[in-house]
Design a protein around this ligand. Structure first.
Ligand code: COA
Length: 259
């Protein structure tokens, strides 16, 4: 897969996806959003890819937002389309992927950049990371799911304050808020995140996919997450991974999942 704005490196069972526009602090222009969609789609269809780690190139930014230069002259209609299209092809798409996606937040994650990190299944940050949704300083609001996912992750009051004040929070505060799971020195970020990814990759990818779906069901309108859990739990019993996992346990050996 050759991409203009992305680097894709496969390392055994995990893949590192690096957004590579460092001169623009990895801002998400239309082309990068489309490339990310294409990359996530292809990788999620590849059975040998068990976990995807997303990061930004350079030491300064994960992603400094949607590319402001592309939408500054948009009309009401085009603005609405920008958000709808982005949510559909990238942000909701990542959230609902059955392959686990971890954001390794290596610097500024602002606006669409924080929204991208929040669409991932969970986040690890480097000590220098700064996170915020500064859209109201531009006279607009978050449009890639930020008004929904930020309160889900950190609570309504904190999200209200962050979005209204447009402040950037540091990595430690983000960890205290529950926005990121871990904070590590920048030079250890990828190694640390990949270690988590390799731990995940050892487990049943079939079961993990069902768990992601059940967890996400909690946040879907009109869906009873407990019902989804029951259905997905039951369906695991018909999988080869369940047979292997339980048999291996009873035989006191390590399970070898086919994926
Ligand atoms: N869209 C388009 N270009 C962006 C961008 C964005 N969201 N964020 C940064 N860039 C570009 C800058 O325009 C600059 O390009 P140039 O060299 O061609 O002028 C380059 O990236 C470097 O950014 P710069 O602002 O010079 O770096 P800095 O260290 O002074 O400031 C930030 C870093 C992150 C504080 C600053 O770039 C910023 O505020 N970015 C916008 C954040 C934002 O509002 N995001 C939400 C968008 S919805």
């Amino acid at each position: 897969m050759k991409m203009k704005n992305l680097l894709i490196e496969k390392q055994d069972s995990i893949t590192l996806l690096t957004i590579n526009r460092p001169e623009k602090l990895n801002a998400l222009n239309k082309a990068t959003i489309q490339e990310l969609h294409d990359a996530f789609k292809t990788l999620s269809e590849d059975k040998s890819v068990q976990v995807i780690v997303v990061t930004g190139s350079g030491e300064k930014a994960f992603v400094a937002g949607a590319d402001i230069s592309e939408f500054a002259d948009f009309s009401v209609e085009k603005g609405g389309m920008l958000a709808a299209n982005g949510q559909e092809i990238l942000f909701d798409f990542i959230q609902n992927l059955s392959t686990p996606v971890i954001a390794a937040v290596n610097g500024f994650a602002l606006g669409g950049g924080l929204e991208l990190a929040m669409a991932c299944h969970f986040r690890v940050a480097s000590e220098n990371a700064k996170m915020g949704l500064p859209e109201v300083t531009l006279g607009v609001i978050p449009g890639y799911g930020g008004t929904q996912r930020l309160p889900q992750l950190i609570g309504k009051g904190r999200a209200m304050e962050m979005i209204m004040s447009a402040v950037m929070i540091d990595a430690e505060t983000a960890k205290n808020y529950g926005l990121v799971n871990h904070v590590v020195p920048q030079d250890q970020l990828l190694e640390f995140t990949k270690n988590i990814a390799f731990k995940i990759a050892r487990n049943s990818s079939v079961a993990i996919a069902k768990a992601i779906e059940a967890i996400n069901a909690n946040y879907e309108d009109g869906v009873n997450g407990y019902e989804t859990e029951i259905v997905n739990f039951g369906s695991c019993f018909g999988t080869a991974d369940f047979k292997e996992g339980t048999t291996a346990f009873l035989e006191k050996r390590k399970a070898v999942f086919l994926g």
